[in-house]
Design a protein around this ligand. Structure first.
Ligand code: GLU
Length: 489
């Protein structure tokens, strides 16, 4: 029988949710949905800190049969496995004090606790076994380290990278259980993936060097046949391709790297997220999915359902994906065009309410449809539409007054009377009245359009000006012309 697909996102909650993490969540989710599997959220908090939520089937705050899902609450589970490894000879107790280790690091450049050095340290391989056990019994501070084998190759298959091999001589004796009794990530991740029956491990490529340690642990604990498939995802790179996109790059290069706002508890520094800067969730998912995957065609816009349908590990690239901020914004602009006014209202309404604009929903829908094509980020919506709800307070005086002359003054005064008599207040009719009056007065239409626009919206922006007049209404249009004439002359 095929093994049930069970995947997990296992963040260490030590900072904001980086977009690389969001992409890992997304690939986990797509893969789980596609295979009718389960997606689990597990908090790897053996180093302690905070936590950011996702949308899983099982996990912290979601329940499930394989809990608890927070590693710090699973402490007693791990010790027995660490002890089993010691008893089997695959791990050992190490009693070196922090001072001992510090001295070694100072004395030997790039000191590593490994096969070359372990016999010069204080551990259960250098002191008699009974003495070591007595020390542990008496509660002497100690850690448990894996005993990396000498001259062995660890081979494994990665669903993205293919066959991978590691020389065990190059890997140090990682700590498995810390002096406080907490497991390290290396022990906890293996024990938890086993007990939670994880079938596929999706994680960033930065974890690849840890894989040999994990694979040996799967083997030593006797669980090799249950070992998950490995899926190491390509890195998201800085825009210039030089290295991994880091938390600090966002601030340096002027775009967010976190999904949502993150305030560093130590420095109180605030980093704005994709949500706050005005990305639609659909756009963020879409752009992250494409940072590392495509469906082999030129298609770039995918809904979540479509991605569930088309996602495939064979089409995830091996190489890192360069982050491109302009391209990211392009995805958002495309999604703004794609979504209906009704779908956009939940994002737009609270944004306008913050500015004390609470329009009728029917009217707002019409306006959303009219201006969404001109927006890139959600806050652009306000800039592109505020004049539909309020008369402008500020005017671009240069644009308004440019080549202003008595004849223009007369034109707009006459326009007011003509508008008053206009019955059918719709853009084509308004345009006709405007143009007929201009030609009767022999003024070039081009000379009049800009001042008219500035009168209605305050500057050189907004959609087609006769549509603006139509939607704000006849009386409001007239009032705005009157007000502007008062300023210009
Ligand atoms: N806690 C690790 C991280 O923060 C998880 C790595 C893994 O998925 O194995 O990325």
């Amino acid at each position: 029988m095929e093994k049930e697909v069970r995947v997990r996102f296992a963040p260490s909650p030590t900072g904001g949710l980086h977009i690389g993490g969001v992409r890992t969540i997304l690939y986990n989710y797509l893969f789980a949905k596609q295979n009718k599997g389960k997606f689990i959220l597990r908090i790897e908090d053996t180093d302690q800190s905070r936590f950011v939520p996702g949308a899983p089937d099982e996990g912290v705050n979601y329940g499930g049969n394989y809990g608890p899902y927070r590693q710090s609450e699973r402490k007693k589970i791990y010790r027995q496995y660490a002890e089993q490894l010691v008893a089997q000879g695959n791990a050992y107790y190490a009693f070196d004090t922090p001072v001992d280790l510090e001295n070694k690091r100072n004395a030997i450049p790039n000191f590593q606790y490994n096969q070359a050095t372990r016999m010069h340290m204080r551990n259960s391989m250098t002191i008699p076994h009974e003495a070591a056990e007595a020390l542990v019994r008496e509660g002497a501070p100690h850690v448990i380290r894996i005993k990396m084998p000498t001259y062995e190759n660890v081979y494994f298959n990665d669903l993205i990278r293919g066959d991978v091999a590691f020389d065990t001589n190059q890997v140090d004796d990682k700590v498995l259980l810390k002096a406080d009794g907490m497991p390290t990530y290396h022990l906890a991740v293996v024990v938890d993936d086993y007990l939670m029956k994880i079938s596929h491990v999706f994680r960033g490529e930065e974890w690849l060097p840890s894989a040999p340690v994990h694979i040996l642990l799967w083997k030593y604990l006797g669980w090799e046949t249950d070992m998950p498939q490995w899926v190491h995802l390509p890195l998201i790179l800085k825009p210039d391709g030089k290295g991994k996109l880091s938390k600090r790059d966002g601030e340096r290069l002027g775009f967010p790297v976190f999904a949502t706002e993150w305030i560093d508890p130590k420095t109180n520094e605030k980093a704005i997220g994709y949500q706050e800067i005005g990305f639609l969730p659909q756009a963020l998912n879409n752009l992250l999915a494409l940072l590392g995957w495509n469906d082999s065609t030129d298609q770039e816009i995918f809904s979540l359902e479509e991605m569930v349908d088309k996602f495939s590990l064979e089409r995830v690239h091996k190489g890192g994906a360069k982050f491109d901020w302009d391209k990211a914004k392009w995805f958002n602009a495309e999604w703004l065009k794609k979504l209906s006014a009704t779908e956009l209202l939940p994002y737009v309404t609270p944004m306008l309410a913050e500015k004390n604009i609470r329009p009728d929903m029917q009217y707002l829908s019409t306006i959303v449809d009219l201006v969404k094509e001109r927006c890139v980020l959600l806050p652009d919506f306000y800039e592109q539409s505020f004049f539909f709800f309020n008369a402008p307070q500020l005017y671009d005086m240069d644009a308004l007054k440019n080549k202003w002359a008595a004849e223009k003054d007369l034109f707009f005064n006459d326009l007011i009377s003509h508008f008053k008599q206009t019955e059918n207040w719709e853009a084509p009719q308004i345009e006709r009245v405007f143009k007929e009056l201009a030609s009767a007065k022999a003024i070039k239409i081009g000379e009049l359009m800009l001042p008219f626009r500035v009168m209605l919206v305050g500057g050189k922006f907004g959609p087609q000006v006769f549509l603006i007049a139509q939607y704000i209404g006849k009386q409001e249009t007239i009032d705005r012309i009157v007000k502007a004439l008062g300023i210009v002359t």
